[in-house]
Design a protein around this ligand. Structure first.
Ligand SMILES: [Zn+2]
Length: 264
């Protein structure tokens, strides 16, 4: 599933090409999506800005409307200058004055909805790369957290944008065991965790995200942070720091990789 760095990469890719373009036609090929957009008219609206909030892509349209997209497991937004031969798994095509935005989604779990106000802010916690995210905020939230730290990091209502892959990379970078209770972290560990969150996410954005299965940028290119993953998917391989074989456990049904020597 695309996480913050992948969604940021998509937004940056779409921003320059799509800003100020007018929506000329919306074609929907999927009943679930048709239901989400039922009765909402976006034809004729202009895209004023495109931005990211957590793992959501927000198309700000004129007249205060927001078209919000969440790609979930396998969604892709692809920009095409000209209509090409039909792709598979297309759920919607938005025809703009200069090109097409294709929503392709193999597993049909992605979401596309319209909202008038920015109600995402009520659902989502702080942005980890914003000034609001500091040790005070992190420390205060951790102190109230009885869940394992990995589960805590993936809670979108606390920090927006971190998912299964980056939570593991962050904990390895911070040297913290994924099963540690959130409230058990000391001041130094909180400091280290905050730094790891910022560093890992920034580095992943610089490398245009991670492509492990479905992620593609809006122009069809893939990310390359998968070559820099230090812990994710490396079961039984030697830890890059201490050479101990990397372990794999399950947490809330999701796989977690970690090094029992380096992560305490
Ligand atoms: Zn190690």
């Amino acid at each position: 599933m695309p996480e913050l760095p992948e969604v940021e990469t998509i937004v940056q890719g779409l921003k320059t090409t799509l800003s100020q373009q007018k929506i000329e036609q919306v074609r929907i090929y999927d009943s679930k999506l048709a239901k989400m957009l039922a009765g909402k008219q976006i034809t004729g609206k202009r895209i004023v800005n495109i931005r990211r909030r957590g793992k959501y892509i927000i198309f700000e349209l004129n007249e205060g409307l927001n078209l919000i997209v969440h790609l979930r497991m396998s969604g892709r937004l692809l920009y095409q200058q000209n209509e090409r031969k039909p792709l598979r798994w297309v759920r919607a095509v938005i025809k703009l004055d200069n090109g097409l935005l294709v929503f392709q989604d193999r597993r049909r779990l992605g979401v596309m909805e319209l909202s008038r106000s920015d109600d995402l802010n009520c659902r989502l916690g702080v942005e980890p790369l914003s000034p609001e995210f500091d040790s005070d905020y992190l420390g205060q939230k951790l102190a109230a957290g009885k869940r394992p730290i990995k589960v805590f990091l993936m809670d979108q209502a606390i920090i927006a944008g971190i998912g299964n892959i980056y939570a593991q990379e962050i904990l390895f970078a911070a040297g913290i065991h994924p099963r540690r209770q959130a409230l058990s972290l000391g001041d130094n560990e909180i400091e280290r965790l905050g730094e790891a969150i910022r560093n890992v996410l920034r580095l992943a954005i610089r490398h245009q995200g991670t492509t492990v299965s479905d992620f593609q940028n809006a122009d069809g290119t893939e990310g390359n942070f998968q070559n820099l993953l230090k812990i994710y998917g490396r079961e039984k391989e030697p830890c890059l720091i201490c050479q101990t074989p990397i372990k794999r456990i399950k947490q809330q049904g999701r796989t977690t990789y970690f090094c029992e020597q380096c992560q305490k």
